[in-house]
Design a protein around this ligand. Structure first.
Ligand code: CA
Length: 234
């Protein structure tokens, strides 16, 4: 059973969220104080977080940032103010979704289910597993990769990738949010000694970005982590 942490100081909203999620079979923990909520988020296992923004103790922006620094589980931000949602987006805090109050509880539940399903599918392929199972299709936002046919779509439009571009993108997407150095990627994809391979990786990353990103200079999927390497941002 998936366990969800709600950090929300308005009791009526917290109760509504809890009731609907419990009815859908989730285990729900509610905290009304930001600081206490964050400390539970960091010390206990949760599969997903639902964060209000204006909170006593610590605001939802800070909580989101601190959770995302150590956890990959989906984060849904809830706010009455559209400006706050814009701010969450602008700051790149790592939230997976946003919903404005007042919201339809069944829509909130539908979004929670969708995020958990996607996340579970992705961690199902984590290298920690002894025998990773390759799902046939990987999805992230409007990007879709079919591992069997090696085909890629963005928002329904097919994108042509070369063999190595596909393997590199699929590898990053199979390990979302993990950072890999150019040398490591070269070793894994080209299976050769990593010496001198960094340039090849950089060239391929640039080509992938030109093909899949809306803006190659502000990539939303394959991001550069300065001084460390690349990651697929989920
Ligand atoms: Ca509040």
């Amino acid at each position: 059973m998936s366990r969800i942490l709600i950090i929300e100081d308005e009791e009526a909203i917290a109760d509504l969220e809890r009731d609907y999620l419990e009815l859908s079979g989730f285990e729900v923990v509610v905290e009304g104080d930001g600081a206490r909520g964050l400390s539970r988020a960091l010390s206990e296992p949760f599969d997903m977080y639902i964060l209000d923004i204006m909170l006593p103790g610590k605001d939802g922006f800070e909580i989101c940032k601190e959770i995302r620094a150590v956890k990959n589980s989906p984060i849904l931000m809830v706010s009455a103010r559209k400006e706050d949602i814009d701010k969450v987006r602008g700051l790149g805090l790592g939230a997976d979704d946003y919903i404005t109050k007042p919201f339809s509880p069944s829509e909130m539940v539908a979004r929670v289910k969708a995020h958990l399903k996607r996340y579970e599918r992705l961690i199902g392929q984590s290298p920690m597993q002894e025998k990773p199972v390759r799902n046939e299709v990987l999805e992230a936002r409007d990007l879709r990769l079919d591992l069997e046919s090696h085909r890629v779509w963005r928002g329904g439009e097919e994108i042509e990738l070369t063999q190595k571009e596909f393997e590199l993108l699929a590898f990053l997407l199979e390990h979302p949010n993990q950072v890999f150095s150019k040398e490591e990627l070269f070793q894994r994809i080209w299976k050769m000694d990593a010496m001198g391979g960094a340039g090849t990786v950089a060239v391929h990353i640039n080509r992938i970005r030109e093909k899949i990103e809306l803006s190659a200079t502000k990539p939303q999927y394959v991001q550069t982590v300065w001084g460390m390497g690349y990651r697929f941002k989920l």
